[in-house]
Design a protein around this ligand. Structure first.
Ligand code: PBG
Length: 322
């Protein structure tokens, strides 16, 4: 037989020689929830193994993450005060701003990314300014820009707008440039779908909307072409990294993004994906290590350069000893 595909699958040495896709710990981004007004780490029940951390715990957490070789952290804040205009979101002494400073002090070289969205800071839990029961897109833009600027001033390397307002990337890029922060990068949540996979996160970040849902701003999960238009728009507005979210159920979108652009692509393995694996592993139904390494490889194979995952620390430890 001239073509015998099994020849190169015969043993692990041959398979390893022709392996097409690799994952390393520096490809991974670890999301961290930082909570204001507490002194102890608080376990997140819907995400076993994850906790909301006080700012005081971040210096040690960041050292551990850096030692594991993880590429970056992505910060989410839980402020002690919420209101109807998200004022804590851009407070120079806000919880995320203090978190950035704490991490940069202990591990100056660890890349710090921040989520730029107001849902956790608004009393109503929506990702924008409300006008009655409607989101006012354009009134939200200056708020997002102000939040991003305060993160950049505190020392963030990358800001990641996730509120899905039109023109958010451009508004943030322009404000950063005007303030002399042209070196700060924007990771755009371009293809963020309205998804039930975010369930555990909303408990973790206390950011569930008090009425309605996010379908008027996040993409309809039935629509790949619509998401492609937003990817193109975010490229036009100056995005440095494009994101697809959720991850596993959206690998077709990752592949489309890869074919569309030479920008780095990040895929977000969101809270629900993490919790499903944890739940099955706890019952002994799945081998957690094998599942995590297989899914991370799948993200990379589909075209993602970076994977945002709550499994980052465990995965890095497994990858580093492989
Ligand atoms: C904020 C935001 C959400 C997630 C990341 N940023 C929640 C949402 O849109 O409701 C979800 C992350 C996850 O589920 O892990 N808008």
């Amino acid at each position: 037989m001239s073509s015998r595909l099994r020849r190169m699958r015969r043993n692990e040495s041959l398979r390893s020689l022709v392996r097409e896709t690799h994952v390393q710990s520096s490809d991974l981004i670890y999301p961290i929830f930082v909570r204001e007004g507490q002194t102890e780490a608080e376990p997140i029940l819907s995400m076993p193994g994850q906790s909301r951390l006080p700012v005081e715990a971040l210096a040690d957490a960041a050292k551990e993450i850096e030692d594991l070789g993880i590429g970056a952290v992505l910060l989410f804040g839980l402020p002690s005060r919420k209101d109807d205009s998200a004022t804590s979101a851009y407070d120079p002494n806000g919880v995320v701003q203090r978190a950035i400073k704490a991490i940069k002090k202990s591990t100056p070289n660890l890349v710090v990314m921040t989520d730029v969205c107001v849902c956790a800071y608004m009393s109503h839990g929506h990702c924008g300014v409300l006008q009655g029961h409607e989101i006012d897109n354009d009134a939200t833009l200056p708020l997002l820009a102000r939040m991003a600027l305060s993160h950049a001033h505190a020392g963030a390397d990358v800001v990641a707008p996730s509120s899905m307002m039109d023109a958010q990337v451009g508004a943030i890029r322009t404000s950063l440039d005007l303030e002399g922060l042209g070196n700060i990068a924007v990771m755009a949540y371009s293809a963020k779908f309205s998804s039930a996979f975010y369930g555990p996160f909303r408990e973790a970040a206390d950011s569930a909307p008090s009425f309605g849902d996010r379908a008027s701003y996040q993409h309809d999960y039935a629509n790949a072409r619509h998401a492609r238009r937003e990817l193109l728009q975010d490229i036009e507005e100056g995005a440095d990294i494009l994101m697809v979210k959720p991850g596993l159920a959206y690998l077709d979108i990752v592949l489309r993004a890869r074919e569309l652009s030479d920008l780095p692509i990040a895929a977000y393995a969101v809270s629900g994906e993490y919790s499903m694996i944890k739940a099955a592993a706890e019952r002994g139904w799945l081998d957690e290590k094998k599942i995590v390494l297989e899914t991370l490889t799948a993200f990379r194979r589909a075209g993602a350069d970076l994977v945002i995952t709550y499994h980052a620390k465990e995965a890095a430890a497994w990858l580093n000893t492989n």
